[in-house]
Ligand binder design. Sequence first.
Ligand code: ZN
Ligand code: ZN
Length: 136
Amino acid sequence: MRGGCLCGAVRYETHAAPQYAGFCHCRDCQRATGTGHSCHMIFARDDVAFSGSVRSFSVTGGSGLPSHRCFCAACGSQIFGSGPPEDPRWTVYAGTLDDPSEFAPGETVMVRSRPAWDVADHGLPCFETMPPEAGG
Ligand SMILES: [Zn+2]
Ligand SMILES: [Zn+2]
């Protein structure tokens, strides 16, 4: 898969299939994306190569560990996410794909903070909180 930010300064390429793909309705994802949920994929950190300059902002995630959100230094598009440096996982936000149809979400998490106006009829399993496969 290939993708990049709104202005084109950051580009990435993945070298393996995602280990996980889903929707997240947590408040952090809502604030970071400005929408009702994030669309994210988790890869092995080594399977995603990128070029361009990203900045990051860190908060303490629901797991109690730091959560880093990486965005283009020029246009602000949120592209990547990660946990602590020793965490081998690397999140890619699916809206940045060149071909968004490559995103194949398997479930919806953190629906306890899903707003009534963002309920999709996609028939996927829904979890009130963050199940382990989603990083919880
Ligand atoms: Zn950009
Ligand atoms: Zn989230």
